[in-house]
Design a binder for this molecule. Sequence first.
Ligand SMILES: *[C@@H]1O[C@H](CO)[C@@H](O)[C@H](O)[C@H]1NC(C)=O
Ligand SMILES: *[C@@H]1O[C@H](CO)[C@@H](O)[C@H](O)[C@H]1NC(C)=O
Length: 155
Amino acid sequence: MVLLFLLDLSAGREPRGHVRRHAHRHRERQPQQNITLAVILPQSSIKYPWAWPRVGPAVERAIRTINSDPSLLPYHNLTYIFKSSEDERGICSESVASLEAVDLKWAYDPWAFIGPGCTYTAAPVGMFTAHWEVPMITAGAPAVGFYDGYPSVTN
Ligand SMILES: *[C@@H]1O[C@H](CO)[C@@H](O)[C@H](O)[C@H]1NC(C)=O
Ligand SMILES: *[C@@H]1O[C@H](CO)[C@@H](O)[C@H](O)[C@H]1NC(C)=O
């Protein structure tokens, strides 16, 4: 709001009461492109430090902050799709995470992956993301093997 107000003043055309209308018209003229993040993390098992109940609030807050400041990603809207990497017992599953990663890439062509976190789920997805040249950011992937040979992974 403050930024729009300042832009509005510097434009010098619109009176200050019309900040909202100005923002609305601006968006109409330049349609927003979605930037999608693909999140693959344990949905409920908080025994994992990178589980969604622990990481999710930070992701959602970051997305809110970025989307509310039009100078950060002009004409883009950040959004995410969440998929769980758990099997039916709540344990990280290598096959679930791999299949979700392929389905998410196919359906959404995401700009980045958040997770997976467990070593055995992060390893195959880290290979896919390197092949796709898409960054993978995780609070997990703790094995020393990730220091080398996983150029897409930041942990
Ligand atoms: C962006 O995503 C929203 C849902 O989050 C959707 O309604 C909208 O159509 C998408 N816009 C584009 C340009 O793909
Ligand atoms: C922008 O993204 C948020 C979620 O990140 C979503 O709720 C909203 O519908 C999106 N807006 C548009 C215009 O796509």
